[in-house]
Design a protein around this ligand. Structure first.
Ligand code: PGA
Length: 248
């Protein structure tokens, strides 16, 4: 049986009241699952995640962080602060942050380095837009994003990263990549990471409209190690169905 990584990305969703039963349910679901379960919540709920999920089988963390330790950066949160809440995970370079907050490959690289230095597992997102795919640039964009994010890193550091291929055109649209498209790009990314850094067993997830109806098909592809799940993780029943996916 393949051990899948199934990690929810709440984005800017859910409330304190909703999260209480949600975390309870998630801890219960994860306790009997063979898969690795995780969830990335808004900063303000990390204290609650620590209280309710620490010691359970659910990994938890944030959706972003700053690469500086402290200073005059109004509204920002450091990796050190995430460590105050014992975060396991932090999403870095999500396409929404690249698109709406102008995050560059250089920012992503600095954040990845800082997360690793602080012992938090970064989930490094990469993926092309529809225009880039239609313009036959998907592979060069993915290569630029991965190489940019990993600049100056060593084998040992790269081996601690979880990668997530998230084609921008599939995120939140209801239209996922086909399992063949996802497999093709993820195997390309894995080859690149192996050739450039010697890491032959990188973990690469797929993200973009992953849901109960397509999870089995996508997650059973040989190169795909799991999923980063947005919309479908907000409903605990849907997330449970995805978490219960079994792949040989
Ligand atoms: P989605 O989001 O599942 O809602 O498409 C995935 C993501 O952005 O991580």
């Amino acid at each position: 049986m393949k051990k899948l990584y199934l990690i929810g990305n709440h984005k800017m969703n859910m409330s304190l009241n909703e999260l209480e039963p949600y975390f309870d349910n998630l801890a219960e679901i994860a306790s009997t699952s063979e898969n690795v379960v995780g969830v990335c919540v808004p900063y303000v709920y990390l204290n609650m995640a620590k209280g309710m999920l620490e010691g359970s089988k659910v990994l938890y963390g944030a959706q972003n962080m700053h690469y500086k330790d402290n200073g005059a950066y109004t509204g920002e949160i450091s990796a050190h602060m995430l460590n105050d809440f014992n975060c396991d995970l932090v999403i870095i370079g999500h396409s929404e942050r690249r698109a709406y907050y102008n995050e560059t490959d250089e920012d992503v690289n600095l954040k990845i380095k800082k997360a690793l230095e602080e012992g938090i597992t970064p989930i490094l997102c990469f993926g092309e837009t529809l225009d880039e795919r239609n313009g036959n640039m998907a592979h060069s964009v993915v290569e630029r994003q991965i190489m940019g994010a990993l600049a100056d890193l060593e084998y040992e550091e790269v081996s601690r990263i979880i990668f997530a291929y998230e084609p921008v055109w599939a995120i939140g649209t209801g239209v996922s990549a086909t399992s063949e498209q996802a497999e093709e790009m993820i195997s390309f990314a894995k080859r690149l990471i192996a050739d450039e850094y010697g890491v032959k067993t990188s973990i690469v997830l797929y993200g973009g409209s992953l849901k109960p109806s397509n999870a089995q098909d996508i997650l059973s592809k040989p190169s795909i190690d799991g999923g980063l799940i947005g919309g479908a993780c907000l409903k605990i029943k849907d997330f449970e169905e995805i978490i219960n996916t079994k792949v040989e």
